[in-house]
Design a protein around this ligand. Structure first.
Ligand code: AMP
Ligand code: GLY
Length: 443
């Protein structure tokens, strides 16, 4: 009963595959490049464009209904209607339909929804299509602001004042460029107030009505240590044994969870019932958690933090989501996790060490008590080579965060080549700074 079509090729999907396999599933994977981790635990796999609805529709497994359900990892196929297509073929899918995945596909939709239902955690935002109106508005805007293209840019189109630009004029110039060059694909730009605080991720499972929260995670998007350098897909992340964060308590968690519950309720009222995993990216500010964005899937790297300690059976959870009644018993072990990505040197710039051989000593990593998830590598004649994307990730697991961090660091030493990782993630110095920054903000 548990043949699962898994869509996606990254470390997030490797983590999903592993959890499904542990739950008794047989994996049939579609991936745009061969992820050696997924390939190894799959019954069968196909290399092809996993984002293409028409490609997946023509697969023999789909046409001849050889699978029981699908698990869709990335946002792109969801936003394009992969779940809808599969359902039309009689195959249930974990992941929202197109009309619900819009919560990630359009930041404007998400902000308007929160506004319409008066949901807590909103920010001041303004949407423009006309560059004269934009310029007039910003001329009188005297708070720090953020510029976001409407549409998907993989997190890379967002410009934050004080970070990507300092003078208002530079911001205006970039916002106009977003309109003129249709960055994000829609010729629309959102100007938001800049939030101050600490970012965090809360992921939930939902059947459209009931919502089950997962442990909190903090991820690191900037390429270099000390949160410097270009934004990336994420360089690493951590979670704590108590499922909170060092600068966040249970009350903050409940407030954030309640915001996601209200968004899911609002989606249902809109006739856009949302089923699957919802990802809330928040800023914890002096006045509580605020929404930065909502994603329609697990986070990457955050999936590795939570799925590595999931004690419930992911196959059961998947069926519960599909059947519309998720269980209240969702168990995660009280273990801290630290994910560190290994990326090719120069990742995030034009000058990436691509096609370079990597020496990955898997048994040594395992011996350290760490896990290994593959992301984007090429495998030729038994050798592993880098691409221009993130290569693989290690996860340190321990009862204590600093021990988990030390394990992740020892695991990193067993991957050699022209690679780079952020060693500062989840070190004591970093976490203590965050605790005192948040305490200061809340005074
Ligand atoms: P997004 O693509 O919306 O997740 O934005 C990318 C990054 O920009 C976020 O992870 C934040 O670090 C930053 N960011 C986005 N919106 C805001 C905001 N309103 N205030 C401060 N920082 C923001
Ligand atoms: N970790 C950021 C994301 O998955 O969007």
């Amino acid at each position: 009963m548990n043949k699962v079509l898994l869509i996606g090729a990254g470390a997030r999907e490797h983590a999903i595959a592993k959890a499904l396999k542990k739950g008794g599933a047989k994996i049939y994977a579609v991936m745009k490049h061969k992820n050696p981790g997924i390939a190894r635990i799959s019954e069968e796999y196909v290399i092809g464009d996993h984002n293409s609805v028409s490609f997946v529709k023509e697969l023999d497994w789909v046409r001849n209904k050889k699978i029981d359900f699908a698990f869709i990892g990335p946002e792109e196929p969801l936003i394009k209607g992969m779940a809808d297509m599969l359902q039309e073929q009689g195959i249930p899918a974990v992941g929202p339909n197109k009309n619900a995945a819009i919560i990630e596909g359009s930041k404007e939709f998400m902000r308007n929804l929160m506004q319409k239902y008066g949901i807590e955690g909103r920010v001041d935002y303004h949407v423009f299509t006309d560059s004269r109106e934009l310029e007039e508005f910003l001329a009188d805007y005297n708070k720090p602001f953020v510029i976001k293209p409407v549409g998907i840019t993989g997190g890379k189109g967002v410009w934050v004042m004080g970070d990507h630009f300092t003078r208002k004029e530079e911001g205006i110039k970039y916002a106009k460029k977003v309109l003129d060059e249709k960055i994000g694909g829609e010729g629309k730009v959102i100007i938001e107030e800049k939030l101050l605080g600490e970012e965090f991720t809360l992921q939930v499972f939902t059947d459209g009505k009931r919502v089950m929260g997962m442990p909190l995670v903090q991820d690191f998007k900037r390429a270099y240590e000390g949160d410097k350098g270009p934004n990336t897909g994420g360089m690493g992340s951590y979670s704590m044994e108590n499922h909170l964060l060092p600068f966040m308590d249970k009350e903050d968690y409940e407030r954030a969870l309640n915001i996601l519950k209200r968004i899911i309720e609002a989606m249902r009222k809109e006739g856009r019932e949302y089923r699957g995993v919802m990802y809330g990216q928040f800023m914890l500010t002096a006045s509580g958690p605020k929404i930065i964005e909502i994603n329609c899937r697990f986070g990457d790297p955050e999936a590795m933090n939570v799925l590595s300690i999931l004690e419930s059976n992911l196959v059961d959870i998947a069926w519960d989501i599909i059947n519309g009644h998720i269980s209240e018993n969702l168990e995660f072990s009280n273990t801290a996790t630290v994910v560190k990505y290994i990326v090719p040197e120069g990742y995030g710039t034009q000058n990436v060490a691509k096609g370079v051989e990597l020496n990955v000593r898997e048994e040594r990593i395992e011996k350290e008590g760490a896990l290994l998830y593959y992301a984007s590598v090429d495998e030729r004649a038994g050798q592993i080579y880098t691409t221009s994307s993130r290569a693989l990730a290690v996860v340190g697991l321990a009862p204590d965060i600093y021990e988990a961090e030390a394990i992740a660091e020892r695991a990193l030493a067993h991957v050699q080549g022209k690679v780079y990782s952020r060693h500062d993630i989840a070190k004591r110095e970093m976490l203590e700074k965050k605790i005192s920054k948040m305490a200061e903000l809340r005074k």
